[in-house]
Design a protein around this ligand. Structure first.
Ligand SMILES: [Fe+2]
Length: 295
Protein backbone atom coordinates (compact mmCIF):
# COMPACT_ATOMS: atom_id res chain seq x y z
CA UNK A 1 0.00 0.00 0.00
CA UNK A 2 1.42 3.39 -0.88
CA UNK A 3 1.11 6.18 1.65
CA UNK A 4 0.92 9.92 1.51
CA UNK A 5 3.27 12.25 3.31
CA UNK A 6 1.23 13.62 6.12
CA UNK A 7 1.95 11.85 9.36
CA UNK A 8 4.64 14.32 10.29
CA UNK A 9 2.20 17.22 9.88
CA UNK A 10 -0.17 15.63 12.34
CA UNK A 11 2.44 15.01 15.00
CA UNK A 12 2.42 16.89 18.31
CA UNK A 13 5.00 16.30 21.04
CA UNK A 14 4.24 17.08 24.68
CA UNK A 15 7.05 18.88 26.48
CA UNK A 16 8.23 17.87 29.95
CA UNK A 17 6.39 20.96 31.24
CA UNK A 18 3.18 19.69 29.61
CA UNK A 19 3.67 16.33 31.33
CA UNK A 20 4.19 18.01 34.67
CA UNK A 21 1.05 20.04 34.05
CA UNK A 22 -0.89 16.86 33.27
CA UNK A 23 0.40 15.20 36.46
CA UNK A 24 -0.78 18.23 38.41
CA UNK A 25 -4.21 18.04 36.76
CA UNK A 26 -4.38 14.32 37.64
CA UNK A 27 -3.60 15.06 41.29
CA UNK A 28 -7.11 16.49 41.75
CA UNK A 29 -8.57 12.97 41.63
CA UNK A 30 -5.97 11.07 43.63
CA UNK A 31 -7.78 8.39 45.60
CA UNK A 32 -10.97 8.70 43.54
CA UNK A 33 -12.24 6.08 41.12
CA UNK A 34 -12.59 7.31 37.56
CA UNK A 35 -16.32 7.79 37.17
CA UNK A 36 -18.54 10.66 36.00
CA UNK A 37 -17.70 13.27 38.68
CA UNK A 38 -13.95 12.59 38.69
CA UNK A 39 -13.79 12.56 34.88
CA UNK A 40 -15.60 15.90 34.83
CA UNK A 41 -13.22 17.24 37.49
CA UNK A 42 -10.26 16.22 35.33
CA UNK A 43 -11.77 17.80 32.21
CA UNK A 44 -12.53 21.01 34.06
CA UNK A 45 -9.07 21.25 35.61
CA UNK A 46 -7.31 20.44 32.30
CA UNK A 47 -9.42 23.10 30.58
CA UNK A 48 -8.11 25.69 33.03
CA UNK A 49 -4.56 25.12 31.81
CA UNK A 50 -3.84 27.47 28.95
CA UNK A 51 -1.06 25.30 27.52
CA UNK A 52 -3.10 22.08 27.65
CA UNK A 53 -6.17 23.78 26.23
CA UNK A 54 -4.16 25.06 23.29
CA UNK A 55 -2.74 21.56 22.65
CA UNK A 56 -6.32 20.23 22.71
CA UNK A 57 -7.35 22.80 20.08
CA UNK A 58 -4.35 21.84 17.96
CA UNK A 59 -5.28 18.15 18.18
CA UNK A 60 -8.86 18.91 17.15
CA UNK A 61 -7.70 21.04 14.21
CA UNK A 62 -5.40 18.28 12.95
CA UNK A 63 -8.16 15.69 13.35
CA UNK A 64 -10.45 17.88 11.26
CA UNK A 65 -7.83 18.28 8.54
CA UNK A 66 -6.14 14.87 8.51
CA UNK A 67 -8.67 12.59 10.24
CA UNK A 68 -6.22 11.92 13.10
CA UNK A 69 -3.52 13.40 15.30
CA UNK A 70 -0.43 11.67 16.70
CA UNK A 71 0.66 12.96 20.12
CA UNK A 72 4.07 11.89 21.41
CA UNK A 73 5.43 11.80 24.96
CA UNK A 74 2.02 11.16 26.55
CA UNK A 75 2.00 9.26 29.90
CA UNK A 76 0.16 6.29 28.37
CA UNK A 77 0.30 4.11 31.50
CA UNK A 78 -1.33 6.72 33.74
CA UNK A 79 -5.14 6.51 33.89
CA UNK A 80 -5.98 9.97 35.20
CA UNK A 81 -3.50 11.75 32.92
CA UNK A 82 -4.90 9.94 29.88
CA UNK A 83 -8.49 10.80 30.78
CA UNK A 84 -7.51 14.42 31.42
CA UNK A 85 -5.80 14.63 28.04
CA UNK A 86 -8.56 12.91 26.08
CA UNK A 87 -11.03 15.11 27.97
CA UNK A 88 -9.60 18.13 26.12
CA UNK A 89 -10.88 16.59 22.88
CA UNK A 90 -13.86 14.42 23.80
CA UNK A 91 -16.04 13.08 26.57
CA UNK A 92 -14.57 9.67 27.45
CA UNK A 93 -17.07 6.82 27.07
CA UNK A 94 -17.00 3.28 28.54
CA UNK A 95 -20.13 1.91 26.78
CA UNK A 96 -19.08 0.41 23.46
CA UNK A 97 -15.50 0.12 24.70
CA UNK A 98 -15.87 -3.15 26.58
CA UNK A 99 -17.63 -1.17 29.35
CA UNK A 100 -14.31 0.24 30.49
CA UNK A 101 -12.55 3.56 29.89
CA UNK A 102 -9.35 1.72 28.94
CA UNK A 103 -9.72 -1.44 26.88
CA UNK A 104 -6.50 -3.42 26.75
CA UNK A 105 -5.55 -4.56 23.26
CA UNK A 106 -2.86 -7.21 23.12
CA UNK A 107 -2.53 -10.50 21.23
CA UNK A 108 -2.94 -12.37 24.52
CA UNK A 109 -6.05 -10.43 25.55
CA UNK A 110 -8.63 -13.11 26.32
CA UNK A 111 -11.42 -10.55 26.74
CA UNK A 112 -11.46 -9.62 23.10
CA UNK A 113 -13.42 -11.76 20.65
CA UNK A 114 -12.45 -9.31 17.93
CA UNK A 115 -9.57 -9.43 15.49
CA UNK A 116 -8.03 -6.50 17.41
CA UNK A 117 -7.14 -9.03 20.13
CA UNK A 118 -5.15 -11.23 17.72
CA UNK A 119 -1.92 -10.79 15.76
CA UNK A 120 -3.71 -10.65 12.41
CA UNK A 121 -4.00 -7.70 10.08
CA UNK A 122 -7.15 -5.66 10.78
CA UNK A 123 -8.34 -4.08 7.50
CA UNK A 124 -9.64 -0.52 7.24
CA UNK A 125 -12.83 0.07 9.25
CA UNK A 126 -14.52 2.43 11.66
CA UNK A 127 -15.23 1.54 15.30
CA UNK A 128 -18.55 1.24 17.12
CA UNK A 129 -20.55 0.53 13.97
CA UNK A 130 -23.02 -1.36 16.20
CA UNK A 131 -24.11 1.85 17.92
CA UNK A 132 -26.91 4.04 16.67
CA UNK A 133 -24.46 6.95 16.97
CA UNK A 134 -20.90 5.62 16.66
CA UNK A 135 -18.20 7.22 18.79
CA UNK A 136 -16.69 10.37 17.33
CA UNK A 137 -13.24 9.73 18.68
CA UNK A 138 -11.04 6.67 19.04
CA UNK A 139 -7.72 6.91 20.89
CA UNK A 140 -4.99 4.28 21.09
CA UNK A 141 -2.38 4.79 23.80
CA UNK A 142 0.77 2.74 23.20
CA UNK A 143 2.33 1.17 26.29
CA UNK A 144 4.58 -0.86 24.03
CA UNK A 145 4.51 -1.99 20.43
CA UNK A 146 5.66 -5.28 18.95
CA UNK A 147 9.21 -5.44 17.60
CA UNK A 148 7.86 -5.05 14.08
CA UNK A 149 4.51 -4.71 12.30
CA UNK A 150 1.44 -3.44 14.13
CA UNK A 151 1.45 -0.17 12.22
CA UNK A 152 -1.63 2.03 12.16
CA UNK A 153 -3.08 3.15 8.84
CA UNK A 154 -5.47 6.07 8.48
CA UNK A 155 -7.53 7.03 5.43
CA UNK A 156 -9.80 10.06 5.37
CA UNK A 157 -13.44 9.57 4.41
CA UNK A 158 -13.08 12.51 2.00
CA UNK A 159 -10.33 10.67 0.10
CA UNK A 160 -12.45 7.52 -0.02
CA UNK A 161 -15.35 9.55 -1.43
CA UNK A 162 -13.10 11.05 -4.13
CA UNK A 163 -11.92 7.60 -5.23
CA UNK A 164 -15.44 6.10 -5.20
CA UNK A 165 -16.54 8.96 -7.46
CA UNK A 166 -13.55 8.47 -9.77
CA UNK A 167 -14.14 4.72 -10.13
CA UNK A 168 -17.91 4.33 -9.79
CA UNK A 169 -19.18 7.79 -10.68
CA UNK A 170 -21.44 10.19 -8.80
CA UNK A 171 -24.31 7.67 -8.75
CA UNK A 172 -22.31 5.07 -6.83
CA UNK A 173 -21.18 7.71 -4.36
CA UNK A 174 -24.74 8.96 -3.85
CA UNK A 175 -26.03 5.39 -3.37
CA UNK A 176 -23.67 4.89 -0.42
CA UNK A 177 -25.53 7.70 1.33
CA UNK A 178 -28.85 5.84 1.24
CA UNK A 179 -30.23 4.33 4.41
CA UNK A 180 -30.15 0.71 3.21
CA UNK A 181 -26.94 -0.88 4.50
CA UNK A 182 -27.29 -3.45 7.29
CA UNK A 183 -25.21 -3.27 10.47
CA UNK A 184 -25.71 -4.95 13.81
CA UNK A 185 -27.43 -2.79 16.41
CA UNK A 186 -26.12 -3.34 19.93
CA UNK A 187 -26.88 -0.14 21.72
CA UNK A 188 -27.70 0.38 25.40
CA UNK A 189 -30.19 3.06 24.41
CA UNK A 190 -31.69 1.73 21.17
CA UNK A 191 -31.59 -2.03 21.81
CA UNK A 192 -30.34 -5.06 19.93
CA UNK A 193 -31.14 -5.98 16.34
CA UNK A 194 -30.21 -4.84 12.86
CA UNK A 195 -30.07 -1.22 11.72
CA UNK A 196 -30.22 -0.03 8.11
CA UNK A 197 -27.98 3.02 7.74
CA UNK A 198 -25.93 4.97 5.19
CA UNK A 199 -22.20 4.25 4.85
CA UNK A 200 -20.77 7.46 3.41
CA UNK A 201 -22.60 10.77 3.76
CA UNK A 202 -21.68 14.31 2.73
CA UNK A 203 -22.11 17.07 5.25
CA UNK A 204 -21.17 20.34 3.58
CA UNK A 205 -17.57 19.90 2.42
CA UNK A 206 -16.95 17.03 4.85
CA UNK A 207 -17.61 13.31 4.65
CA UNK A 208 -18.84 11.05 7.38
CA UNK A 209 -18.30 7.26 7.24
CA UNK A 210 -19.42 4.06 9.00
CA UNK A 211 -17.75 0.91 7.60
CA UNK A 212 -16.92 -2.66 8.58
CA UNK A 213 -16.32 -4.78 5.47
CA UNK A 214 -16.59 -8.14 7.27
CA UNK A 215 -19.92 -7.27 8.88
CA UNK A 216 -21.36 -5.85 5.66
CA UNK A 217 -20.29 -8.99 3.78
CA UNK A 218 -22.01 -11.20 6.32
CA UNK A 219 -25.21 -9.18 6.64
CA UNK A 220 -25.76 -8.30 3.00
CA UNK A 221 -26.16 -12.06 2.36
CA UNK A 222 -29.20 -12.01 4.61
CA UNK A 223 -30.51 -8.50 3.91
CA UNK A 224 -30.48 -8.29 0.15
CA UNK A 225 -29.41 -5.05 -1.52
CA UNK A 226 -30.69 -4.00 -4.93
CA UNK A 227 -28.27 -3.85 -7.84
CA UNK A 228 -27.48 -0.13 -7.48
CA UNK A 229 -26.54 -0.39 -3.81
CA UNK A 230 -24.70 -3.68 -4.24
CA UNK A 231 -22.61 -2.14 -7.01
CA UNK A 232 -21.88 0.98 -4.92
CA UNK A 233 -20.72 -1.22 -2.03
CA UNK A 234 -18.47 -3.26 -4.32
CA UNK A 235 -16.82 -0.03 -5.56
CA UNK A 236 -16.32 1.06 -1.96
CA UNK A 237 -14.85 -2.33 -1.00
CA UNK A 238 -12.44 -2.00 -3.91
CA UNK A 239 -11.36 1.50 -2.82
CA UNK A 240 -10.90 0.43 0.79
CA UNK A 241 -8.86 -2.62 -0.24
CA UNK A 242 -6.48 -0.37 -2.18
CA UNK A 243 -6.74 3.23 -0.94
CA UNK A 244 -3.52 4.20 -2.77
CA UNK A 245 -2.36 7.75 -2.17
CA UNK A 246 -4.90 8.49 0.56
CA UNK A 247 -3.35 6.30 3.26
CA UNK A 248 -1.07 7.48 6.06
CA UNK A 249 0.93 4.86 7.94
CA UNK A 250 2.07 5.48 11.51
CA UNK A 251 4.12 3.26 13.77
CA UNK A 252 3.25 3.81 17.43
CA UNK A 253 6.05 3.73 19.98
CA UNK A 254 5.85 3.73 23.77
CA UNK A 255 3.99 6.82 25.04
CA UNK A 256 2.52 7.66 21.65
CA UNK A 257 -1.18 8.44 21.58
CA UNK A 258 -3.01 8.35 18.27
CA UNK A 259 -6.40 10.02 18.25
CA UNK A 260 -8.59 9.18 15.25
CA UNK A 261 -11.73 10.94 14.09
CA UNK A 262 -13.91 7.83 13.93
CA UNK A 263 -16.45 9.52 11.65
CA UNK A 264 -14.16 11.30 9.21
CA UNK A 265 -11.56 8.55 8.82
CA UNK A 266 -11.05 4.79 8.55
CA UNK A 267 -8.28 3.05 10.46
CA UNK A 268 -6.47 -0.26 10.08
CA UNK A 269 -3.62 -2.18 11.63
CA UNK A 270 -0.98 -4.24 9.86
CA UNK A 271 -0.21 -7.75 11.14
CA UNK A 272 1.86 -7.88 14.31
CA UNK A 273 5.43 -9.14 14.30
CA UNK A 274 7.06 -10.82 17.31
CA UNK A 275 7.32 -9.13 20.70
CA UNK A 276 4.82 -8.13 23.33
CA UNK A 277 2.41 -5.36 22.30
CA UNK A 278 0.01 -3.51 24.50
CA UNK A 279 -2.29 -0.65 23.54
CA UNK A 280 -4.99 0.94 25.64
CA UNK A 281 -8.06 1.88 23.62
CA UNK A 282 -10.31 4.77 24.62
CA UNK A 283 -13.42 6.08 22.90
CA UNK A 284 -15.38 9.26 23.27
CA UNK A 285 -17.93 11.66 21.94
CA UNK A 286 -16.77 14.96 20.60
CA UNK A 287 -17.53 18.22 22.31
CA UNK A 288 -18.80 19.98 19.20
CA UNK A 289 -20.21 17.31 16.97
CA UNK A 290 -23.94 17.91 16.75
CA UNK A 291 -23.66 18.44 13.01
CA UNK A 292 -22.13 14.98 12.73
CA UNK A 293 -24.91 13.01 14.31
CA UNK A 294 -26.10 11.83 10.92
CA UNK A 295 -25.23 8.15 10.65
FE1 LIG B 1 -10.75 -0.28 15.28
Amino acid sequence: MSTREGSILSEICLSEADRRELAEVASVVVGWSLDGPSIEALRERAGQSESLRSIGLDVRRRMREDGFALVKNVPCSEDAELVAFLGLIAIPSAPGNGDTLFFDISPSSSRSDDVSGTSAEFPLHTDSTFFSVPHDVLALACVRNSDSGGESIIVRAADVADRVRAIGGADALAALGDQVYPFYLRDPLFGHGIQLVPILVADGDEWCIRYRGDILAKLTERFELDEVHRHALSVLNQVVAEPESGAVQVRLETDDLIIVDNRRALHARTALGPGERRLRRMKGYSLDNSAWRII
